[in-house]
Unconditional design. Structure first.
Length: 251
């Protein structure tokens, strides 16, 4: 995971991109956080959806959940694919009447979209990740938006990461009655991401249409990061457009 995060800078260099906004979901958010911590001068901000910063102590939680559901096809040692299914679709599996069938359907969905061998290696890397919690406050210096659902299978781990981040730089959005915000609360997640980018001084010409279909609670350093008016968010933040690192300007 650390190597993946550090190597992302090669993509920026190859494409001749000086700075970037990072967006990651699940295991990807852990990689984006590592990238932002390693290459601070290249990152303008990060959006982390269902992120974790701790090591994989949660695997035991997954095993306990599966055993409690008595899924005979799973047994006592969940595979990497089953772990990923629970990580992404845990809330939907939990409320399903036929949990075994639901697990199989979500596994099939993953296998239709991803190479099974690569998927297994990727998840195993995620399960063997190191703990970066103690380094977040000092090394994750860019602005951070954390998005999660109140029904997320790993809400506790997400909140643990939030408490370890610099409170002056990090905000968290919890969307009510949602497990997977990407599939269940697309509009709310999209609007929050757009507001975050506009707060940094980017995408200011894009308007926000429609009403938010779900409610959510936002924790920010001064309870205002995502609670200002649309007019205020539409004003570019000139200070954000320059990077102080190494005395270089983003122009």
């Amino acid at each position: 995971m650390q190597a993946l995060g550090e190597c992302l800078v090669n993509v920026l260099d190859k494409l001749e991109i000086k700075y970037a906004l990072g967006l990651g979901v699940g295991a990807g958010s852990n990689i984006i956080a590592r990238f932002a911590m390693k290459h601070q001068s290249r990152v303008l901000g990060t959006i982390l959806i269902h992120p974790t910063s701790t090591s994989a102590g949660m695997v035991e939680h997954v095993r306990d959940q599966i055993i409690n559901w008595k899924l005979e096809s799973v047994g006592h040692n969940p595979t990497a694919e089953q772990y990923l299914v629970f990580h992404k679709f845990g809330y939907q599996v939990e409320k399903a009447k036929d949990k075994t069938k639901a697990m199989q359907e979500y596994k099939a969905r993953l296998h239709d979209q991803l190479n099974p061998r690569n998927l297994k290696m990727y998840v195993e890397a995620f399960m063997n990740r190191t703990d970066i919690s103690s380094k977040l406050s000092s090394d994750l210096v860019c602005d951070v938006l954390i998005i999660t659902g109140s029904k997320s299978s790993f809400l506790h781990s997400v909140e643990t990461m939030y408490t370890n981040c610099n409170p002056a730089k990090c905000s968290i959005l919890r969307i009510d009655d949602v497990g997977d915000v990407i599939n269940e609360a697309v509009e709310s997640a999209a609007q929050s991401i757009l507001l975050f980018c506009q707060g940094l001084g980017y995408l200011t010409s894009l308007g926000i249409g429609g009403n938010r279909s779900r409610s959510g609670s936002i924790n920010t350093p001064e309870q205002k990061h995502l609670n200002v008016s649309m007019a205020e968010y539409d004003k570019p933040n000139v200070k954000r457009l320059s990077l102080s690192a190494q005395g270089k300007n983003s122009d």
